[in-house]
Design a protein around this ligand. Structure first.
Ligand code: 5AD
Length: 341
């Protein structure tokens, strides 16, 4: 084990079999090595992003996701531009300098509408970064969003194995298309984030090893890794959630593979375990993403069941997270927290 952790630390890569061994056995030694590497790059700093879930309308019907189009029990909403701007203003007061606009794939949000929103956020907060997370679009659309002020883009690849991708998604969605979007986003100039769920139905350790291989190829600035969590109104309702240790091992491996990567301790990880975010940081994560969405709509952006902080406001969510970070000797910093420090 020591050997594999050391090898990963030195060579930044392992064979598929070695990845599988480290994923399965991982543990404290691996997490400690990842934490040390993270500290050597970022010190005690934790970057903070304010998540604004601005629409839960979605044309896609992904098997695992609570806001899939086929879920007739989901009460749909869209925030108005004014509501989005007021979330940003509230976040700014709390020291947040990156806003993440996340939504389902909602055709209401044409390029024109998104461009308008990006421009007004940048006008109000020129010192802030904007991250978009609005799914698959054309390269032309990505270019327009970048030109209007988008800085970063999150689009999880979900799984780098084509068959597994097909099993998790409805016909029409393909891994090839997802990958093309990610490479397009990079070419357009965005700082790019991919990522995957740990424990999604049908996932094997081989698949996660393939995820690492794809991540090496894409070379993203950010990677989102969290546990799969079941949602009652989906085809994956009866499936077990992802395994905590496996999530932590995956985070630690990523940190050793890519020392400067921006790696969040996700809300899903905080939902899986009370101490999830702390444990994530102890395994090499360096980003937290408190929710800035208005309280009234939080319960409606339910990607999975039992999501935390759905009845808190932004200030409380942020102060809870700040407390958790203090527990593990970390400090949230005010700043954009761009890639390549
Ligand atoms: N459990 C955990 N994560 C989920 N996501 C969607 N549904 C679930 C779920 N049931 C993740 C996907 C998506 C991101 C926005 O949320 O990975 O890319």
């Amino acid at each position: 084990m020591k050997n594999l952790t050391e090898k990963l630390r030195e060579e930044k890569f392992l064979s598929r079999e070695e990845f599988k061994i480290l994923l399965a056995q991982g543990g404290e030694e691996l997490h400690n090595a990842a934490r040390e590497v993270c500290e050597s790059v970022f010190g005690r700093d934790i970057y903070i992003r304010g998540l604004i879930e601005f629409t839960n309308h979605c044309v896609q019907n992904c098997n695992y996701c609570g806001i899939r189009s086929g879920n007739k029990n989901a009460a749909r909403y869209r925030l108005s531009p004014e509501e989005i701007l007021s979330c940003c203003a509230e976040g700014y007061e709390l020291g947040i300098r990156t806003f993440v606009l996340q939504g389902g794939e909602d055709n209401f949000y044409t390029d024109e509408r998104l461009v308008e929103i990006l421009r007004s956020i940048k006008q109000n907060h020129p010192d802030c970064a904007i991250t978009l997370s609005v799914g698959e679009r054309s390269k032309e659309s990505y270019a327009r969003l970048f030109d209007a002020g988008g800085d970063r883009y999150l689009l999880r690849h979900e799984t780098a194995n084509a068959e597994h991708y097909a099993a998790l998604h409805p016909a029409g969605l393909t891994l090839a298309s997802r990958k093309k979007c990610l490479f397009d986003l990079k070419e357009v100039g965005f700082q790019v984030g991919c990522g995957f769920m740990v424990g999604s139905p049908g996932q094997t350790l081989d698949h996660i090893a393939e995820d690492f291989e794809f991540i090496r190829e894409l070379d993203p600035e950010m990677v989102g890794i969290g546990p799969f969590m079941p949602h009652a109104d989906t085809a994956c309702a009866g499936e077990p959630p992802g395994d905590l240790q496996l999530v932590l091992n995956a985070l630690a491996i990523l940190r050793l593979m890519k020392p400067t990567v921006l790696l969040p301790a996700t809300t899903a990880l905080g939902t899986l375990s009370k101490r999830g975010r702390e444990l994530g940081v102890l395994a090499g994560a360096n980003v937290v993403m408190p929710n800035l969405s208005p309280r009234a709509v939080r319960k409606q952006y339910m990607l999975y069941d039992n999501k935390i902080s759905t009845s808190d406001d932004a200030a409380l969510t942020k102060s809870r997270i700040a407390e958790q970070m203090k527990n593990v000797n970390r400090e949230i910093v005010i700043g954009r927290g761009d890639a390549n420090v």
